[in-house]
Design a protein around this ligand. Structure first.
Ligand code: AMP
Ligand code: ZN
Length: 138
């Protein structure tokens, strides 16, 4: 997708409005337009990168710093019990906007935001093979 068609680039450059929470030279935080819970916030680098592994570490570290600060502010402001930080990468993972973003999703005990976490299993042998395969690609 061309950058001029990227909705988050347009938000970062002010061509599309947002409810801004915070910004600095390289990072912007704003409310999600379709919140999973009250206060659901998105944190993005202003520069366009599609996925987390494509974002240079120095930019990513600035984004994560803002994720932490915004999360703290959300907990103080809303008095929620906790929050999820989520970053969908790729269509299979549910990424709909192809400009990296971290969701900060406020949570309260007993809410219905994520109802299921389906744990699987893996044998010791499988785990060893998998760990080796991944390690060899670092
Ligand atoms: P994802 O599925 O991880 O790509 O999430 C994209 C998120 O962007 C969704 O939660 C949308 O509600 C949110 N979103 C899309 N357009 C806007 C917009 N103009 N302003 C704020 N949030 C948006
Ligand atoms: Zn973009």
């Amino acid at each position: 997708m061309a950058l001029q068609d990227c909705i988050f680039c347009k938000i970062a450059t002010g061509q599309i409005p947002c409810h801004k929470i915070y910004e600095n030279d390289s990072v912007l935080a704003f409310l999600d337009i379709g919140p999973l819970s009250e206060g659901h916030t998105l944190v993005i680098p202003k520069a366009h990168f599609e996925k987390l592994d494509q974002c240079p570490p120095e930019i990513l570290s600035g984004v994560i710093q803002v994720v932490g600060n915004v999360s703290r502010a959300i907990v103080s402001a809303l008095g929620c019990d906790g929050y999820n930080v989520l970053c969908n990468n790729g269509m299979a993972a549910g990424q709909e906007v192809h400009h990296i973003h971290f969701h900060v999703i406020p949570r309260t005990s007993g809410d219905d935001v994520f109802t299921e976490w389906k744990s699987g299993s893996c044998s010791k042998d499988q785990a060893e093979l998998l760990a080796n395969r991944i390690t060899q690609n670092l």
